[in-house]
Design a protein around this ligand. Structure first.
Ligand code: BDP
Length: 699
């Protein structure tokens, strides 16, 4: 189906126009490549396929063994690395070449000769440059081709990824299920074995690589016994086959490992990180992994969290645990990615120090400076768990001597589970632009996670994938925008949510202005709409326990997970102040501590995350908290209906199968939004006994 190729269908028109071919300029008809490298072959194959789809002409490829000189005046495309292709290198000045390093690339279109050059220091860079060219070609509407804007867009481009690690985390289990998957079963595993459909994995790899993704962990962070066997002869051959598919697209493979593997599969009776036998077990096992997969990336670890084992069992800390694995990986240039989602999930709030929001900072900041240089801490964007709105994690910028990457959740666990439309790029942007004040004003999170602020060798982004075996990959067809947007943002966090949305829509649906305008408006309003009808003012949760879909105001209120709203008949919210609450606000740098500590300065949208206030508390907006709750819930449900009717206006302009699927989902969202509205409004009306000033019906 049309949604399988997602943003790589390379249609010049919208789906309904059947992908009419563009007029083919002569330079797209010949490709010259001088070097042999798997990733460059991938680039050539992508170029051939893309150009053929776009122009209906299959380019010829000249695999010249001897570098051609620039005196060759024929129009065409040349691609290669600086060292492998002198004809590509010759198209750029030395300073142009040195301005792009590693995975960066440069593109030049010589209008006189009709020659396009795509060059990089690395084969990966050549692939990214190739995808960039294909993207520009697709983004240029046919009507403007003859006027030459296409060529001028390609006259000179130089790109460098901001982040070195641009990673995807699969939460797939070997039984074929996916932890928090909303788009079908795993594409990696079936019934306890690896899939035989490597083609589907390869198709996934190309989607990811086209957005700049360069790393993937292929199994759930909750690792059970059978997945632990991935490190052994039993499964290593399968892992290696999957690694090959990703390697062709320049993507490095990682595995999630169980901290207690030495016990679970090694036959030892301890997993103590300071035990010699345990260390030796990891050294040997790791060497076996590298013997099979020489470019293996390393281990991703969830330890001492939500019933996963970890170093705490042995009275060791997380630096001891991570460094043991780092030592095993070091000889092979591997890295340990150690998650900071560590908290005690079996403890109610006995005293203020057990606020779950505090846990990661409390555990990790004392360890700054103790982690090996090939350890990277992976920190969720917020201190709780991927809520539609929560504060940003105070750990960013709090550990100057430790590598940090940010973790986002593309899969919509708490944001509508790919049944509701929720374009997450604006949320991620807000987090990345957040000023931590770690080094004074201007210390944004994006400048910490890219490694620049504290000059860290490793930097980047990780995110939980939203794909599965579903025909369109993501359940809701428009949820593809989140996967695309994540990759683009990891490459360049300065791109705006609007730019990314428009790119994705044009690549996916073509250039019909009404289609672009309508879908763009839907995407860009969707996060606010979802926030409007769900948990108010940053307090979070209010979902059904376990599966986390749908409203349940007290669903988690009296359990041990540390996720509370503390609503009673007087008021609501979590007091996280130093003055009278959990003291969480002190984990930020002073300017932010002051802002959040103060009821007057705390932004409305986070007021219930930081403060417990009466329902009659007046927000900056001029409304009381209770009236805000009523208003946003009536508004959110109405807006969800509006989304459905916006989509209906596109009937006939969108491929029918996609149209129908989205239309049904938007109807369902509108229905469920009403359920949210009614449950939340009723709950607070009954608790507070305060009438809606507008006199709307609340039962
Ligand atoms: C939560 C999920 C849980 C994950 C956990 C994690 O509910 O399924 O295992 O995060 O990130 O969001 O480890």
């Amino acid at each position: 189906g049309p949604q399988y190729d997602a943003w790589l269908s390379y249609r010049s028109g919208s789906f309904t126009s059947g992908g009419a071919s563009k007029h083919a300029p002569s330079w797209i008809q010949h490709i010259t490549v001088n070097e042999k490298h798997e990733v460059i072959s991938t680039a050539v194959a992508e170029l051939i396929q893309g150009l053929e789809n776009l122009y209906g002409v299959k380019p010829t490829v000249n695999q010249a063994q001897v570098a051609q000189t620039n005196s060759d005046a024929a129009p065409g495309i040349w691609l290669g690395t600086w060292s492998g292709s002198s004809s590509v290198a010759g198209q750029f000045s030395e300073s142009e070449r040195t301005s792009v390093q590693g995975e960066g690339y440069a593109i030049r279109f010589n209008e006189e000769l009709g020659q396009l050059a795509i060059g990089s220091e690395s084969a990966q860079g050549v692939l990214y440059g190739t995808f960039h060219v294909l993207r520009e070609l697709t983004l240029t509407p046919e009507s403007s081709i003859d006027a030459g804007p296409l060529e001028s867009r390609l006259r000179y481009i130089a790109e460098q990824p901001r982040n070195s690690l641009r990673m995807i985390n699969q939460w797939d289990n070997v039984d074929g299920s996916i932890e928090r998957g909303y788009a079908g079963e795993s594409i990696f595993y079936e019934k306890g074995e690896f899939t035989r459909d490597l083609g589907r994995i390869r198709d996934y790899a190309r989607l990811l690589a086209s957005t700049g993704i360069n790393a993937i962990s292929i199994n759930n962070v909750n690792v059970h016994q059978r997945e632990s066997l991935f490190l052994t002869e039993h499964f290593l051959g399968d892992v290696a086959r999957v690694a090959s598919e990703f390697r062709a697209y320049g993507i490095q493979l990682f595995l999630s490992v169980n901290y207690a593997s030495p016990i679970e599969i090694g036959g030892l009776n301890t997993a103590d990180p300071l035990d010699e036998q345990v260390r030796e077990w990891w050294n040997v096992q790791t060497a076996k992994v590298y013997a099979t997969i020489p470019d293996f990336g390393g281990y991703l670890v969830k330890a001492d969290s939500e019933n996963r084992p970890g170093p705490f069992t042995y009275n060791r800390d997380h630096a001891d645990g991570a460094n043991m694995l780092a030592e095993a990986l070091r000889p092979f240039n591997g890295v340990v990615i150690w998650r900071c989602f560590v908290y005690n999930c079996k403890q109610d709030w006995r005293d203020r120090s057990t606020d779950r929001a505090r846990a990661a900072y409390d555990h990790f900041t004392p360890l700054d400076g103790r982690f090996a240089d090939n350890v990277i801490l992976q920190i969720k964007n917020g201190p709780m768990d991927f809520q539609v709105r929560e504060a940003v994690s105070p750990l960013f910028g709090a550990m100057e001597q430790t590598n940090q990457v940010i973790e986002f959740q593309i899969t919509q666990e708490y944001t509508g589970q790919q049944r509701h439309l929720c374009y997450l790029v604006p949320q991620w942007k807000e987090v990345l632009d957040f000023d931590t004040y770690a080094k004074g004003e201007g210390s944004q999170i994006k400048n910490i996670v890219d490694g620049s602020m504290f000059n860290r060798p490793y930097s980047g982004f990780a995110a939980v994938s939203n794909i599965g075996s579903d025909a369109c990959w993501t359940g809701h067809p428009l949820a593809q925008a989140n996967l695309y947007g994540y990759g683009r943002l990891a490459w360049n966090p300065e791109l705006s949510a609007e730019e990314i949305a428009e790119e994705w829509i044009r690549l996916t649906f073509g250039h019909d202005e009404e289609v672009i305008h309508t879908i763009s408006a839907m995407l860009l309003s969707s996060l606010d709409i979802y926030e409007n009808y769900t948990a108010p003012l940053g307090v979070g949760w209010m979902v059904n326990p376990n599966h986390h879909y749908g409203p349940n105001v007290d669903g988690y209120e009296y359990s041990k997970w540390g996720t509370y709203h503390f609503a009673d008949c007087e008021g609501i919210g979590v007091d996280r102040t130093v003055r009278s609450g959990t003291g969480y606000t002190s984990q930020y740098h002073q300017q932010n501590t002051d802002k959040y500590e103060s009821l007057e300065q705390c932004p409305d949208e986070l007021i219930l995350f930081f403060h417990h206030v009466p329902y009659t508390h007046v927000l900056h907006s001029g409304k009381t908290v209770i009236q805000h709750i009523y208003d946003t819930h009536f508004e959110g449900a109405a807006q969800a209906e509006e989304l459905a009717s916006q989509w209906r206006s596109l009937e006939g302009k969108i491929d029918a199968s996609i149209y129908d699927k989205v239309a049904a989902l938007q109807e369902e969202q509108a229905e469920h939004a009403k359920e949210w509205r009614d449950m939340i409004n009723t709950y607070f009306y009954r608790k507070s006994g305060i009438d809606d000033t507008q006199g709307r019906t609340i039962y």
